[in-house]
Design a protein around this ligand. Structure first.
Ligand code: PEP
Ligand code: MG
Length: 840
C-alpha cells in the first residue's frame, strides 16, 4: 500500500470499513452511523495507513482534515482488531491553538477555553512530543495562569513555539500513536493476550463534541447491565462541563438514573436521559451486545462518541448471553458459543477476587479449581482436629495417600509437594470439588519441622494462614478477597440449550454416592468410571482392603473378601439408586499397591493390630509387596488374573446389587470394566469367571439380569491389539491417564516436578496429563478405535481419563466418533458446553 489517501476513509453508511482492516472501533462507529445515531464526523485510518506512518512516512493529513473544516477540534482514538489488545490512549482537542482559544473564549468563556488549551498542551507535550513529564506536572495552576506557564515550558524544552497548525498537531499525534503500537512492551502485552505478531492498529479521527459551553453541556458514560452480575441496571456517571471519560474520575459527577444517593441526569436533563436510554436499547439490538456508551451533551443535544463491549466478569458474561438470547437479540446457539467453557469453573467454585492484591509464595500445577483460605496443617489427623474446632485448614502433604482422605474431607484445600494432574491428590480433589495445587517445586516442605520455606527464605509454619488457588495454581500468603460461587438460573438455562446442540454424551467419574449425586445434579448422562478401590479410602474400610491385599493364604483372603462383599454391594446399590436407570460403569479393582500399603510405622502398627500379627510380620509382608515401579506393577487385571477371587467377589456384589435394585422397580444394566489390560487372554480369563459368577447368582436367586463387560484401554499394547481384544468387549473406555503415562514413559506422580519447565521450554505445548496429546497418544486412540470397530462395528467407545473434561480433548473424541467422555463431576457443565460448541 503506497497510496495513503486510499486508506483514509470518512465513515459513512457505505464506506468500505471492516474490522480486519480498520479495527473494531471504526467498524462499530460505522454501525452507529448506519443506525442514524448522532455520531460526530469520523475519519478512519486503516491498519496499512498506520503502518506507513509508523515506518516514517509523513502523512498528508489534508484529506483527513477535509470533513472537519477550519478551526474544528478533533480527537484520535485507537481501533485495534480486538479491543482486549489495547492501544495507545486517546488524544483529545487536537486543533487547539491561540486562534481557536480566542474563538472558544467567546463561546464557553475565557477560563474554560484556557483550561481546554492547557490540557491539550500538557497532553501533547508529554505523550506526543515526549517531553519530561515532571516539568509539566509542576504546573499546578489552572486556566489561563497555567496555560501561560505550559506554553512557556514547551518553548523552553523544545526551542520552538507550541505548534499552531492543526495539520502539524494531527500529524504528530498520529505518528506518536502509530509508534507507540510498534513499541516492544505494547507488542509483548498484546501478544500475551493472544494477538498475532503482526496485529495491526487502526486510528479514528473524530470531531470533538465539546461538552463545554452554554446550555446543558457535559459528558458521561452509560451501560445498561451490572459488570459483576450481568443483571439489567443503569450504571455510569455524567459530569456537566466535562470531556472524555472525566465523569468516571471526578467526585462531583452525578448518577444517571434517579438515585437516592444524589442528583442524577434523569432529573437534571430528563429529555437527554430518555434519548440516551432509547439509543442504548437500539444499539443493544443492532450490535447484538451489551455496550458501554461514551456520550457528550452539547447544548442539550446528545452525541454518541463510542460504544465498547461492557467489561464483564464470567458470571456477568453468562447472564448477558442468556438475556440477549431470551430477548431474541441473539440466537440460543450464539449464546452457547459466547461462553468460554473454562469460565464455568468460576461460577461453580469460590475464586480469589481478580482485583485483589496477591502475595504469591509459590506456584504449582493447578489440579482442582476454586480457592480457599485456611490455617496450615501437616497431617490428616490435624486437619480433622482443626475441622472439629470449626477452623478452616489447608492440608499440606508431600503427596496424599488413602489415609489422607479423611483429612481431605476435613480440609478446605490441599497442596502437595509432588504429583501432577493425575496424581492421587489431584484426582480426589477434583472429585470432591476441593481446591488443590500439586507439584509445588518452589516451596520446601519440612514435614517434621512443620514448616514451609519459600525460595527467598520466607517461612510459613503450622497455623499460619494461606490461600490455595487451584484455578491458577498459586499459593498465596494470608487471605485475599474472594468471590463466592455464583451458580444461578442463567447457568441452568445455558446448559439446557447446550444439551440441545450436543452430539456426544457426557458422563462423570464418580466413586461415592456423594460424587454420584453431584454428577446427577450437573446432569451427567451416567457414570463413566467408578473406581472401586476409591470406595475403600475411608479409614474404617481401608483396613479391610489392606487385610485383603496382605492376605497370604487363600482362606485369609476369602475371609477379608467376605467382609468387603456387603460393603461393595451397598455401594453399588447406592450408585444405581442415585443414577436412576442411567448407565453405571464399574471398574474392577485397580489399586496401585503403593497407594494402599501403610507408609509409616503408625500405619504398620495399626494393621498389625487389625490382623492380630506381630509388627515384624506385617513389615516383612509390606516389604515383599513393595514394587520398584508400582504404577507398572501388580495392578488392575494383573491382580484380577493372579488372585481371581477378588474380581469374583466384585462381580457378585455388582450382580446382587443389580437384583436388589431391580426389585425396587428400577432398570439397571451394569457395565463392568477391566482395567490395565494388555492382552486378549486377560480379558478371556476374567470374562469366563465373571460369566460364571453371573450364572451362579442367577441360579441362587432365580432372578435374571443383563450386564455389559468392557475393557479399559490404557496400555499402548491394548491399543495395538485392540482388534483382538474387542472380540470380548462390548465397550472400550480409554484410560488416558495411564495411556499418557505409558506412551511418554513419564510417571504421572512425578511429572509435576519438571512439567512447568518442559512447557516453558516448549518441549510440550501443554501438560499432556491435562490436555490430550492428540499427536502421539491421540494416534494410539485413533488406531485402537479403527481396529476395534473393524472387529466389532457397534462397540461403544469413550475416554475416562482426566482429559474427558478438557475442551480440546473433547473436540478430539467427538471427531474420532466416540460415544461419550467421562470426567470429574464438577467438570461436567464445562464439558457439556464445550461439546455443544464443537457441534455448532
Ligand atoms: C486412567 O488411567 O486414565 C484412568 C481413568 O484410571 P486411573 O486414573 O484410575 O488410573
Ligand atoms: Mg488407569
Amino acid at each position: 500500500m503506497q497510496n495513503f489517501d486510499e486508506n483514509v476513509t470518512l465513515i459513512t453508511p457505505s464506506a468500505p470499513v471492516a474490522v480486519a482492516t480498520h479495527g473494531g472501533r471504526a467498524k462499530c462507529l460505522q454501525r452507529l452511523v448506519r443506525m442514524d445515531l448522532p455520531v460526530p464526523d469520523t475519519v478512519a485510518l486503516s491498519f496499512a495507513a498506520v503502518k506507513l506512518i509508523a515506518s516514517g512516512r509523513v502523512p498528508d493529513v489534508s484529506r483527513i482534515l477535509e470533513p472537519f473544516g477550519e478551526g474544528a477540534l478533533m480527537c484520535v482514538r485507537p481501533s485495534s482488531e480486538d479491543p482486549d489488545w489495547g492501544g495507545p490512549g486517546a488524544v483529545l482537542n487536537i486543533g487547539m491553538n491561540d486562534a481557536t482559544y480566542v474563538d472558544l473564549s467567546d463561546k464557553i468563556g475565557h477560563e474554560a477555553a484556557a483550561e481546554l488549551y492547557l490540557r491539550f498542551v500538557k497532553n501533547f507535550a508529554v505523550h506526543v512530543a515526549r517531553l519530561d513529564p515532571d516539568v509539566f506536572d509542576e504546573i499546578t495552576e489552572e486556566g489561563s495562569a497555567g496555560l501561560g506557564a505550559a506554553l512557556a515550558a514547551y518553548e523552553a524544552e523544545t526551542d520552538e513555539r507550541f505548534p499552531q497548525d492543526a495539520g502539524q498537531q494531527l500529524t504528530e499525534v498520529l505518528r506518536s500513536m502509530a509508534r507507540a503500537w510498534e513499541g516492544t512492551s505494547a507488542r509483548l502485552l498484546r501478544q500475551a493476550k493472544g494477538a498475532p505478531a503482526d496485529a495491526g492498529l487502526g486510528l479514528v479521527v473524530q470531531r470533538m463534541a465539546l461538552g463545554l459551553g452554554s446550555g446543558e453541556c457535559g459528558s458521561g458514560v452509560i451501560q445498561f447491565v451490572d459488570s459483576e452480575t450481568g443483571a439489567p441496571r443503569i450504571k455510569g456517571r455524567y459530569l456537566s462541563q466535562s470531556q472524555g471519560r472525566e465523569a468516571l474520575l471526578q467526585a462531583e459527577a452525578i448518577y444517571l438514573e434517579k438515585d437516592a444517593r444524589g442528583p442524577s441526569l434523569e432529573e437534571h436533563a430528563p429529555d437527554a436521559f430518555e434519548k440516551l436510554k432509547d439509543f442504548g436499547s437500539r444499539m443493544r439490538t443492532r450490535l447484538r451486545e451489551e455496550l458501554q456508551i461514551e456520550f457528550t451533551i452539547e447544548d442539550g443535544e446528545i452525541h454518541i462518541l463510542d460504544g465498547v463491549r461492557v467489561v464483564r466478569s464470567n458470571r456477568a458474561a453468562l447472564r448477558i448471553a442468556v438475556d440477549l438470547a431470551e430477548s431474541g437479540v441473539i440466537s440460543r446457539e450464539e449464546a452457547v458459543l459466547r461462553i468460554e467453557p473454562r469460565a464455568l469453573s468460576e461460577l461453580l467454585h469460590r475464586q480469589v477476587d481478580p482485583n485483589a492484591p496477591r502475595d504469591r509464595i509459590a506456584r504449582g500445577v493447578a489440579a482442582s479449581p476454586g480457592a480457599a483460605t485456611g490455617k496450615i496443617v501437616f497431617s490428616a489427623a490435624d486437619a480433622q482436629a482443626s475441622a472439629s474446632r470449626g477452623e478452616p485448614c489447608i492440608l499440606v502433604r508431600r503427596e496424599t495417600q488413602p489415609e489422607d482422605i479423611r483429612g481431605m474431607h476435613a480440609a478446605v484445600a490441599v497442596m502437595t509437594e509432588r504429583g501432577g494432574m493425575t496424581s492421587h491428590a489431584a484426582v480426589i480433589g477434583r472429585g470432591l470439588g476441593l481446591p488443590c495445587v500439586v507439584g509445588i517445586e518452589a516451596l520446601r516442605f519440612h514435614m517434621r519441622k512443620k514448616l514451609l520455606v519459600t525460595r527467598d527464605g520466607r517461612q510459613f509454619k503450622e497455623g499460619d494462614v494461606i490461600t490455595v488457588d487451584g484455578t491458577t495454581g498459586d499459593v498465596l500468603a494470608g487471605e485475599p478477597a474472594m468471590l463466592e460461587a455464583a451458580e444461578d438460573d442463567g447457568l441452568q438455562t445455558l446448559m439446557e440449550w447446550a444439551d440441545e446442540f450436543r452430539d456426544i454424551e457426557i458422563r462423570a467419574n464418580a466413586d461415592t454416592p456423594a460424587d454420584a449425586q453431584v454428577a446427577r445434579n450437573f446432569k451427567a448422562q451416567g457414570i463413566g468410571l467408578a473406581r472401586t478401590e476409591h470406595m475403600f479410602f475411608d479409614s474404617d474400610r481401608l483396613t479391610a482392603m489392606r487385610e485383603m491385599i496382605f492376605a497370604h493364604a487363600v482362606e485369609d483372603r476369602r475371609a477379608a473378601l467376605e467382609r468387603i462383599l456387603p460393603m461393595q454391594r451397598a455401594d453399588f446399590i447406592d450408585l444405581f439408586r442415585i443414577m436412576a436407570g442411567l448407565p453405571v460403569c464399574i471398574r474392577l479393582f485397580d489399586p496401585p499397591l503403593h497407594e494402599f500399603l501403610p507408609s509409616d510405622r503408625a500405619g504398620l502398627l495399626n494393621l498389625a493390630e487389625a490382623l492380630d500379627l506381630p509388627v515384624s510380620d506385617v513389615t516383612r509382608r509390606a516389604e515383599e509387596l513393595e514394587e520398584y515401579n508400582p504404577m507398572l506393577g501388580l495392578r488392575g487385571v494383573r491382580l484380577g488374573v493372579t488372585v481371581p477371587e477378588i474380581y469374583e467377589m466384585q462381580a457378585r456384589a455388582i450382580f446382587e446389587a443389580t437384583i436388589a435394585t431391580q426389585k425396587s422397580g428400577a432398570t439397571v444394566v451394569p457395565e463392568i470394566m477391566i482395567p490395565l489390560v494388555s492382552a486378549k487372554r486377560e480379558v478371556e480369563l476374567v470374562k469366563t469367571r465373571v460369566d460364571a459368577v453371573a450364572a451362579a447368582v442367577r441360579t441362587e436367586t432365580g432372578q435374571d439380569f443383563t450386564y455389559r463387560l468392557g475393557v479399559m484401554v490404557e496400555t499402548p499394547r491394548a491399543c495395538l491389539r485392540a482388534g483382538d481384544i474387542a472380540s470380548h468387549a462390548s465397550f472400550f473406555s480409554f484410560g488416558t491417564n495411564d495411556l499418557t503415562q505409558m506412551t511418554y514413559g513419564l510417571s504421572r506422580d512425578d511429572a509435576g516436578r519438571f512439567m512447568s519447565n518442559y512447557v516453558s521450554e516448549g518441549v510440550f505445548p501443554e501438560d499432556p496429563f491435562h490436555r490430550l496429546d492428540t499427536e502421539g497418544v491421540g494416534e494410539l486412540l485413533d488406531l485402537a478405535a479403527t481396529r476395534a470397530r473393524d472387529a466389532r462395528p457397534n462397540i461403544t467407545l469413550s475416554i475416562c481419563g482426566e482429559h474427558g473434561g478438557d475442551p480440546e480433548s473433547i473436540a478430539f473424541c467427538r471427531k474420532a466418533g466416540f460415544n461419550y467422555v467421562s470426567c470429574s463431576p464438577f467438570r461436567v457443565p464445562g464439558a457439556r458446553l464445550a461439546a455443544a460448541q464443537f457441534a455448532l
